[in-house]
Ligand binder design. Sequence first.
Ligand SMILES: Nc1nc2c(ncn2[C@@H]2O[C@H](COP(=O)(O)OP(=O)(O)O)[C@@H](O)[C@H]2O)c(=O)[nH]1
Ligand SMILES: [Mg+2]
Length: 294
Amino acid sequence: MKFGTVAIVGRSNVGKSTLLNRLLGEKIAIVSDKPQTTRTRILGVVHVPDGQIAFLDTPGLHKPQHLLNRRMVRTAVEALEEADLLYVLMDATSLPGPGDLAAVSYVKEAMAKQSRPAILVVTKVDLVNKLKLLPVLESYARLFDWADVVPVSSQTGDNIDRLLAVTIPHLSESEGAYGDDVVTDQTMRTLAGEIIREKILQATEQEVPYSVAVEIDQFKEEGRLARIHASILVERETQKGILIGKHGERLKAISTQARQDMERLFGMKVFLEVWVKVKESWREDEQLLVELGY
Ligand SMILES: Nc1nc2c(ncn2[C@@H]2O[C@H](COP(=O)(O)OP(=O)(O)O)[C@@H](O)[C@H]2O)c(=O)[nH]1
Ligand SMILES: [Mg+2]
């Protein structure tokens, strides 16, 4: 048997969670076009013919401001330091920027403690003209001594097989750490909260996405039915108003979309009730952050 842990790291929005979902062939990590969507480390286990690869999706590496963000970056750095192999993701639609350079310095810091191979994964190649791709690849390739450079599209699945193929030689001879049917460490309860948060991120702009957390107050399974009560935390009354919307329409749409996703993922009927609560400065409240799993 072969086994190894791969940390998926990079700046915000490069497509880490989308890549994890594509590698698994199942959506377990939420995705949005807003930065800092992922707040925790998410395990996804890919079972290959004679082994297992444990992928760790991580929050984006960035310069943190709030306590929440400091904890997020710490989570990403811990995954970096723990993994046998790194996928460092960079976005083919742009050239290296300060965010990528910051990500590389986090990688170098971890390498200084213990060296390990890092594969440069250039994402979103479906959005880039083939002729323009080569100079972009070259400019990212120069940033570090990569073990490999693999351009991929998690949208179309382009080159994902090659990414897995170059990964397998880095695994070590060892028993797998997970059971044959384990795909993730995310509980249904956690997934429920994340799905609600994804719908909020997709429906809101500006500071609202960053100011939202979701707490699952109740998750009761009754046969093929799940009864879920969730509280959406925001930092201000104005944000509560935005989330609820005129005549409650935005909250209703968010809740309907979330319920439909949960029903698909869980294969059960879902009764979902959501409330919006104002909790000022929750992002600085260490105890609450721990309770939220951040
Ligand atoms: N076209 C295209 N979009 C992508 C691809 N990968 C990610 N995205 C989009 O990029 C945005 C950020 O993706 P996400 O996985 O949340 O990034 P993360 O913050 O690094 O986890 C989302 O809008 C995704 O739909 C890709 O391969 N092709
Ligand atoms: Mg993510």
